[in-house]
Design a protein around this ligand. Structure first.
Ligand code: 13P
Ligand code: SF4
Length: 330
């Protein structure tokens, strides 16, 4: 059947409207395409369990960037959000980087538009810039070193104690790092829509109901939430913590996708998602991460799009702070 003009326009922009035969075994097909195209599938801990299970590597933002840096695959399939796929492309300009849904953005990355950040940065000409990896490639071009939640403290401490620093775009992570390092970095006013939704009152109620549970949190949460936490860390750090802890029950303040790995690696332990302010929404789910599914993954691998395209200039400039981060994190 001939394609309509609208279909062609959508395909040009990376949207493919294709009916999938319901008999098709998607997992087998995806694995077949992976071999045929010498592709590697990298999935973040926040995507659906079946998308984590099909990945060659599942991890946090730092692990995924490190994996992208060392892959010898011809094509990287990024099952996560756009800034992660962009990072993989910046590290691998000659490889094809695709993602199942181009609309998988990030509220943190969107909270720091490049032009506004440039004006902000201009107010602090003697400051160096540390950017959380959850930002656009354009913002990375204005950055001295990128960091993730795993290595933020180490990256900040790699600067001399008297160095003046801007931290963007997550004010909660920046504030947390200021509190544990005694620095006073200037913070960009951005936050993650999932992590700022937790309710301190409801968490305290839940802790009262489960006195045997340990409360653990991601540093993207707001300070009052972090003050309650027994352990604060990146998704990998939270996962390692529950595996090592003697506790049998945990209240977890981060996106619900991580519970898949926690349940898988500790089937005898109980994981309770931390409650949000709004009990009517699935606030623990990142709606961007959850745009990924097996159908879209199959279609994107079959057609090799949507593809991440960046200009040579952006790649050249954004590569510098990412490579610096990878060097410091070795
Ligand atoms: P980490 O992957 O560093 O734990 O951060 C979580 C996150 O928000 C990714 O978008
Ligand atoms: Fe961005 Fe928050 Fe979703 Fe992570 S959980 S991708 S920070 S919106």
């Amino acid at each position: 059947m001939e394609k309509t003009l609208v279909q062609e326009m959508l395909e040009e922009k990376g949207f493919i409207d294709e009916k999938i035969d319901p008999q098709l075994k998607l997992v087998d097909e995806i694995n077949r395409l992976k071999k045929e195209k010498n592709a590697v599938i990298l999935s973040h801990f926040y995507v659906e369990g079946e998308l984590q299970d099909i990945a060659d590597y599942v991890g946090d933002s730092l692990g995924l960037a490190q994996e992208a840096a060392k892959t010898d695959a011809d094509m990287i399939v990024f099952v996560g959000v756009h800034f992660m796929a962009e990072t993989a492309k910046i590290i691998n300009p000659s490889k094809k980087v695709i993602l199942p849904d181009l609309k998988a953005g990030c509220s943190l990355a969107e909270s720091a538009p490049a032009e506004k950040f440039a004006a902000f940065k201009a107010k602090y000409p003697d400051h160096k810039v540390i950017s959380y990896i959850n930002c656009t490639a354009d913002l990375k071009t204005m950055t001295d070193v990128v960091c993730t939640s795993s290595n933020a403290e180490k990256i900040v401490q790699s600067f001399p104690a008297d160095e003046k620093l801007i931290f963007a775009p997550d004010k909660n992570l920046g504030n947390y790092i200021n509190s544990i390092t005694g620095r006073s970095m200037v913070l960009w006013d951005g936050a993650c829509m999932v992590h700022e939704e937790y309710s301190v009152e409801k968490i305290i109620d839940l802790m009262d109901q489960h006195p045997d549970a340990e409360f653990i949190a991601h540093p993207e949460c707001e300070q009052p939430v972090l003050l309650l936490a027994k352990h604060i860390g990146s998704t990998t750090s939270l996962l390692n913590y529950v595996q090592k802890s003697d506790a049998k029950k945990f209240i977890v303040a981060t996106e619900s996708g991580i519970l898949h790995q926690m349940n898988k690696s500790c089937p005898d332990k109980i994981f309770i998602p931390a409650p949000s302010n709004d009990s009517t929404c699935a606030c623990n789910d990142c709606s961007y991460m959850k745009l990924n599914n097996l159908q879209k993954l199959y279609i994107c691998m079959k057609h090799e799009q949507p593809e991440v395209i960046l200009s040579d200039e952006v790649i050249e400039k954004a590569q510098v702070p990412i490579i610096r981060m990878l060097e410091i994190s070795k």
